[in-house]
Design a protein around this ligand. Structure first.
Ligand code: NAD
Length: 448
């Protein structure tokens, strides 16, 4: 039982505590308010109510179109066979092919993948790229397998889902636990399995190595987008990026790039946490140096230029900006009450639970929502796909400047929705995403 009293929201027109869409019961969504799928879809349905989205669209968007689960055997280095479980969820393709990452993690479940696929539909719509939403994964701990075992797992998974993906139909990308090497194996396996026509089958995935069809700027794109959003949104909160202090939860792709790029804008990183530990240095932690250390040692633990602290001390560290960039639901009621920051910039997907968010709202802490803040990754994935399909390679300056345009456009659409509906930023971001989807549905109609 929580001991934290429900606060009176200080954030203007915050989502009410007892919001309960009739669709939750109608569609048989889980009754637990902290269930990840109910959390993510619930935010969208609240935005839909505020803007008056027709019920049939709420119903369509509250459920994924396809949920694919596969089981496949792989030979381990010692000659034994192990059976693996893989997922691909295709949420919606009204705006274009399904698009979204592949998570390699031992705790991957269908509900998480459904939630993440749903978020991709919203994110792609908000940031203005012609994609729908999808997500997938393999229940596997990549740290526990040799390179050879991972290659066989990834290639066999690709062959199991090959008929359900494709450069014009569903385009995976990296997510937690997966990287550009894995994407290269997927692209190669898919190319081998597909009939070579006029197109480029390696466009079946993005986030590939630059040497093999990847785009300059893709690796850092999500962190770059987080910082582009911060630079755009902080002044209206009376904060200057070059005078900010910040802490980062998760120092993988998104966390480390957010840290490095925000530091390069003049901000100072005070505390960092990942699955290995929590560290702090009031004088600042060099984000580039820490990233090199994490690459070599697998985590922040043992980094001698900062002191080890507890989980509670990490969350209680006084900073201007807190960037959660690890897994979902890591800011619950307790962590939200501990946080001593002015802004939460959601680098991770769905890092804040509804209960956690109410505590933040009650304390007047602004949340820059994930579908806005972390949309940089899919945006540059789109650029990679365009380059693959047109056999081009763009300069980094072009990628960065187009990314910035998309991020600023998404921020402007979110602000406009906030003004029009007088709501907080998360609801506004969903409304801006829903407005584009609604227009597309109005034109295309429902077949037959
Ligand atoms: P990653 O695997 O590179 O890094 C994940 C980080 O989370 C690691 O530092 C890991 O140590 C940390 N972590 C894991 N479990 C933890 C725990 N229990 N406590 C503290 N830290 C923990 O993954 P990533 O690609 O950086 O993704 C991070 C988040 O950003 C995810 O929510 C992902 O869906 C989201 N995201 C990623 C991208 C992308 O382009 N990679 C794009 C959009 C959103």
């Amino acid at each position: 039982m929580s001991t934290i009293a429900a606060p009176t929201p200080k954030v203007k027109n915050a989502q009410p505590k007892d919001y309960n869409s009739p669709l939750f019961a109608e569609l048989g969504l889980p009754s637990d308010p902290n269930n990840l799928y109910r959390q993510t879809v619930g935010c969208m349905l609240y935005g839909a109510e505020v803007m008056g989205l027709p019920n049939y669209l709420q119903q369509i968007l509250a459920q994924p179109k396809n949920e694919i689960m596969v089981h496949f055997p792989v030979k381990m280095d010692d000659g034994r066979f192990q059976l693996f479980k893989g997922y691909r969820v295709q949420h919606n393709n009204a705006l274009g092919p399904y698009k979204g990452g592949l998570r390699f993690h031992p705790d991957v479940h269908l509900d998480d993948v459904k939630s993440l696929a749903f978020l991709m539909t919203m994110k792609c719509s908000l940031v203005g790229v012609p994609y729908g939403g999808g997500k997938g994964g393999i229940k596997v701990d990549p740290r526990k397998h040799s390179k050879g075992e991972m290659e066989r797992i990834v290639r066999r998974f690709t062959s199991a889902i090959a008929h359900n993906v494709g450069p014009e139909y569903d385009i995976p990308a990296p997510d937690v636990g997966s990287n550009s090497q894995h994407m290269a194996w997927i692209a190669d396996t898919y190319t081998f399995l597909s009939e070579i026509g006029g197109s480029n089958p390696t466009a079946v995935v993005t986030g590939k190595p630059v040497e093999y069809g990847g785009s300059l700027g893709r690796e850092k794109a999500t962190g770059q987008g987080v910082v582009d959003t911060l630079v755009e949104m902080l002044p209206e909160l009376n904060l200057r990026p070059d005078q900010c202090t910040f802490s980062v939860l998760g120092y993988g792709n998104v966390g480390s790039w957010s840290g490095k790029i925000f530091q390069d804008k003049g901000a100072k990183m005070i505390a960092v946490a990942d699955h290995t530990g929590f560290i702090k240095n009031d004088k600042g932690i060099d984000a580039h140096d820490l990233a090199k250390y994490v690459d070599q040692h697998g985590g922040v633990k043992g980094y001698t230029k900062a002191g080890a602290i507890t989980k509670e001390e990490f969350y209680r560290t006084k900073v201007d900006v807190f960037i959660p960039a690890a897994l979902e639901q890591m800011v619950q009621e307790t962590e939200a009450a501990w946080l001593d920051c002015k802004v939460v910039a959601e680098g991770a997907n769905a890092p804040t639970t509804p209960a956690g968010e109410r505590v933040l709202q009650g304390r007047g802490i602004e949340v820059l929502p994930a579908i806005l803040c972390n949309a940089g990754g899919v945006t540059v994935s789109y650029f990679e796909w365009v380059q693959n399909k047109t056999f081009q390679s763009w300069e980094l300056e072009k990628v960065d400047s187009l990314l910035n345009k998309h991020m600023l456009g998404a921020a402007a659409r979110t602000r406009a929705a906030r003004k029009k509906y007088n709501c907080e930023l998360r609801t506004a971001a969903y409304i801006a995403a829903l407005e584009r989807l609604q227009k597309a549905y109005e034109f295309r109609g429902i077949f037959p």
